[in-house]
Design a protein around this ligand. Structure first.
Ligand code: 13P
Length: 340
């Protein structure tokens, strides 16, 4: 394990004013996305979708790293260079999703476990050869009646720790993603309780697995009420609850916390991050690793049409700029109306 390289990469990913684009949707996710717009779900359209985002002029002003998927790490940009090489030329660090997705956790109805540890070390070595310098593994924790169970949280935290240790042995920075889902009608207080428990469990397992925290990034959910909750929360309430939860559970040795957007929508994802930064953040850098909050508005313009490719890139650039402004605490809702 090259600790200084791991730490340098982790710090570069959370450099001031930039964040991560999590363009690592699995085939299951792109299929759903494409079906909504009647875009044919073929490799070339998936390549064009990534090309639209990655070749956006000026993207490197706001994006420090891009998470690729097994298919896209092997695809090429429109100039013929492989995506990882193209990103490196722009000064953007290529990453790779390495989990195999989640399945039902047997014996625990409504709960999930993420698969993908078998053969992981060999895959990491291959991905590093293809240019990946960081990786992602997502665990999902659902909130519902009597769930999550301790067993589910432990099992997922254990897998995250095994994954993180494998990554570091391959000189790849692990992004550890325990995602407490927004699905349901639970309160913000319940999300805080579950997120606190899941994060504590995760860091306990990381410690047991001898994971080098200085060379690790955390990708958590924000503390939010369920999307069907009768009472929604203000940006200030979300920011306060999220910061309190993180300060109680995340060691200061972790260089950065990069939130997922989790289906909040682009504007709340920027406004909530902005509120946290304005409140003073914590001992770690606070940044983003969004997919939907960055990509949805641009995809809505592109819809698979070559004539709307340039217009979609303008929308994508605008969204990256606003999200990066939030990461600096400089986001204002009035910026939404600019250009695009
Ligand atoms: P969202 O920002 O759409 O939640 O996606 C981020 C991600 O990588 C989830 O695993």
């Amino acid at each position: 394990m090259n600790k200084s390289e791991l730490e340098r990469t982790a710090r570069s990913l959370v450099v001031k004013g930039k964040g991560i684009l999590a363009a690592d949707e699995s085939l299951r996710s792109t299929e759903r996305r494409f079906a909504r717009y009647h875009v044919e779900h073929i490799p070339e359209n998936r390549r064009l979708y990534r090309d639209m985002m990655f070749t956006t002029p000026g993207l490197e002003e706001y994006i420090s790293g891009v998470i690729l998927f097994d298919e896209s790490i092997r695809q090429t940009a429109h100039d013929g260079s492989p995506f990882p090489e193209y990103l490196v030329k722009k000064g953007i660090i290529p990453g790779i999703k390495v989990d195999g997705g989640f399945v039902d956790l047997p014996g625990f109805p409504g709960e999930k476990i993420t698969e993908g540890l078998d053969g992981l070390s060999a895959r990491l070595a291959e991905y590093r050869g293809l240019g990946a310098r960081f990786a992602k593994w997502r665990a999902v924790i659902a909130i519902g009646e009597n769930i999550p169970s301790q067993f589910c949280m432990r099992a997922n935290a254990h897998a995250l720790a095994r994954y993180a240790a494998c990554c570091q042995a391959a000189d790849i920075v692990p992004i550890v993603e325990p995602d407490v889902l927004i699905i349901g009608d639970h309160s913000i207080e319940r999300c805080e309780e579950v997120s606190t428990e899941m994060l504590s469990t995760t860091f306990r397992e990381l410690k047991k697995a001898n994971v080098y925290l200085e060379g690790t990034l955390l990708k958590p959910n924000m503390v939010l009420p369920g999307k069907d909750a009768p009472r929604q929360a203000s940006n200030a309430e979300v920011a306060e609850a999220t910061l309190r939860t993180l300060k109680r559970t995340v060691p200061a040795a972790v260089p950065g916390v990069v939130f997922l957007s989790g289906g909040q929508g682009s504007v709340p994802a920027a406004a909530n991050l902005n509120a946290m930064v304005r409140m003073g953040g914590g001992p770690w850098e606070l940044s983003f690793s969004y997919l939907r909050a960055l990509a949805d508005p641009a995809f809505d313009v592109w819809r698979g049409n070559s004539e709307s490719f340039d217009a979609a890139q303008k929308v994508f650039y605008h969204r990256a700029r606003l999200t990066a402004a939030a990461r600096k605490g400089e986001y204002q809702p009035s910026m939404e109306a600019m250009e695009s």
